[in-house]
Ligand binder design. Structure first.
Ligand SMILES: [Zn+2]
Length: 329
């Protein structure tokens, strides 16, 4: 290969390499470019809203909604928005999925319109409860052409319905809108809210605030899961104690009966310490000490796991003593 060809090849490779680097650089830059929001994120307000919404949700006893992310079976695509009939059908299917999930009755009407003037505000959705519970959705490509954003709006409106039905609304309308966005995240829609291209003014939330809510939610989920684990442990410890108590009571009766019949130990070849243990057990049995201990064990506070386990240990110790005693008689 001639030197001039090598030089030519090197030059070509250099140009190609340079071109590749140039095309990659702006892409990386674009990815990193910060999104401009219409206002600064207010994390303090977001966390306050989270606490308020969590407190409200706990009152309904439906806090298990916080444990999972809701996922629609029905998929709404951007293309579906171009055909009103398809959009209407899909929104109807999605509403049908949401109502039972949110423990709501089927008495919620759906209006899907392409006319912005049919909605009271310039929002993508609206919820009214008078004269009928009604969720209205605006499908109009010149207003919004993004299906994910419309799905998040549907979730927001259904959350209004949920809050209205479970009496969780705040009388302050501004605060109530922020609370509704927050509640939507708590009851399973946090991923949906994150995927929406929302850049909204107060009192609504913006993307970084939804991210903060998601962080708070994941923390709460951890705590709830731990509590559920502990209560599962407590339930099995309680059941075990109950079983051991019944077994110990039966053994006490059995030991009484055995001693009444046999009167004296079968064997005299016992060590000093074994003899001492036997005498103590015999005394406990005859004085009714075992019955008294078992009666107290049955009254242990059942909400405390370590107390239940400790009591169970003491019941099992009685069983061991009685077993040893009965072996001798
Ligand atoms: Zn709203």
């Amino acid at each position: 290969m001639s030197e001039s060809f090598m030089g030519w090849l090197f030059g070509v490779l250099l140009i190609i390499g340079f071109a590749v680097v140039r095309t990659l650089l702006p892409a990386r830059k674009q990815k990193r470019a910060p999104v401009a929001y219409c206002r600064a994120a207010d994390m303090e307000r977001t966390r306050r809203l989270y606490q308020m919404a969590e407190e409200k949700l706990r009152k309904t006893g439906l806090q298990e909604l916080m444990l999972k992310d809701f996922r629609f079976q029905t998929v709404l695509n951007d293309a579906d928005l171009k055909d009103m009939k398809t959009a209407q059908k899909k929104f109807r299917m999605m509403l049908n999925e949401l109502l039972p999930y949110l423990h709501l009755g089927p008495d919620v009407r759906l209006v899907v319109t392409d006319n912005p003037s049919q909605l009271k505000t310039d929002a993508l959705g609206q919820y009214d409860h008078s004269p009928f519970k009604t969720v209205s959705m605006l499908v109009n490509l010149s207003v919004c052409a993004d299906a994910a954003t419309l799905v998040s709006a549907l979730c927001h409106e259904c959350t209004h319905c949920f809050m209205y039905t479970y009496l969780l609304n705040d009388p302050d309308r501004q605060l109530n809108e922020g609370l509704t966005d927050t509640m939507a995240c708590l009851i399973g829609f946090s991923e949906i809210m994150l995927h929406a291209k929302l850049n909204r003014k107060l009192p609504y939330l913006i993307h970084p605030e939804f991210e903060e809510l998601r962080r708070c939610l994941l923390k709460t989920r951890d705590e709830l899961n731990k509590q559920a684990e502990q209560s599962k442990d407590l339930e099995s410890a309680k059941a075990k104690l109950k079983k051991d108590l019944a077994g110990a009571s039966a053994m006490v009766e059995q030991a009484h009966a055995m001693i009444a019949v046999n009167k004296t130990p079968k064997t005299q070849k016992l060590s000093k310490s074994a003899m001492a243990r036997l005498q103590t057990s015999l005394l406990s049995l005859e004085s009714g000490d075992y019955e008294e201990k078992l009666r107290k064990a049955a009254q242990v506070p059942m909400e405390n796991l370590s107390a239940v386990r400790q009591t169970d240990e003491s019941v099992l110790a009685i069983c061991r003593e009685l077993h040893e005693l009965m072996q001798v008689f």
